[in-house]
Write a protein that binds this ligand. Structure first.
Ligand SMILES: N[C@@H](CCC(=O)N[C@@H](CS)C(=O)NCC(=O)O)C(=O)O
Length: 215
């Protein structure tokens, strides 16, 4: 039976970009469906009724939501070009650092984007401390995956985007490639990336003014 792989995503979303990167690294053909997050499609709501968020991968009619879960699913389903390490301990560590990025660093970066002045300075110090921890883990390598992009690199790419958004929107320039080589390692260079940053900024501004109107 021919494989049917569909990805519901939003082009500026670092979460759907994670899934796209994994599918591309594995060489899996897929149909991409762009979602309007201000007017979600009935399919998205059907496939992800719990979180109602992108990305959602639909493989032969079966939906999988949450980017980290999707990455693991892709790696288990298509064995070529492994994303997670074979060794159990290394695999556990890759999951650990992915969660550190999603559960620790990302909330801090978001917080920095939403506060001002002294409070923002304190949060940015926290972000720098967390980045130092990540930097130590990178330990001079080009990628967390060693010689090539793997799980933690794919997951961490989101930070590169958020730092650029923070810089564009608020002029926050604490974590630069110069003082954090880890930032460089996480920046997966693609020509559309700048466009994605621009779009993400636009969406954040729109969301901000919508929230102001509603409050
Ligand atoms: N934890 C989720 C986060 C996904 C997420 O936040 N998606 C955003 C776009 S970047 C979304 O769909 N937002 C729509 C909403 O919150 O209503 C994952 O890793 O997939």
């Amino acid at each position: 039976m021919a494989e049917e792989v569909k990805l519901y995503g939003m082009w500026a979303s670092p979460y759907s970009r994670r899934v796209e990167l994994a599918l591309k690294l594995k060489g899996i053909p897929y149909e991409y469906i762009e979602e309007d997050l201000f007017n979600k499609s009935p399919s998205l709501l059907k496939y992800n009724p719990v979180h109602k968020k992108i990305p959602v991968l639909v493989h032969n009619g079966k939906p999988i939501a949450e980017s980290l879960v999707i990455l693991e699913y892709i790696d288990e389903t298509w064995k070529n070009n492994p994303i997670l390490p074979r060794d159990s301990h290394e695999r556990a560590m890759a999951r650990f650092w992915a969660r550190f990025i999603d559960e620790k660093i990302l909330p801090s970066v978001r917080k920095a984007n939403n506060c001002e002045g002294k409070e923002r300075e304190v949060v940015m110090e926290e972000v720098c401390e967390q980045m130092k921890i990540l930097e130590k883990e990178l330990n001079g390598k080009d990628f967390f995956g060693g010689d090539s992009i793997r799980f933690v690199d794919i997951v961490g790419n989101v930070l590169a985007l958020w730092f650029q958004v923070a810089q564009e929107l608020h002029g926050i320039e604490v974590c630069t490639p110069e003082n954090f080589p880890v930032f460089e390692a996480l920046t997966i260079k693609e020509s559309e990336w700048e466009k994605a940053v621009e779009e993400a900024c636009k969406q954040l501004k729109m969301l901000g003014s919508q929230l102001k109107r509603e409050s």
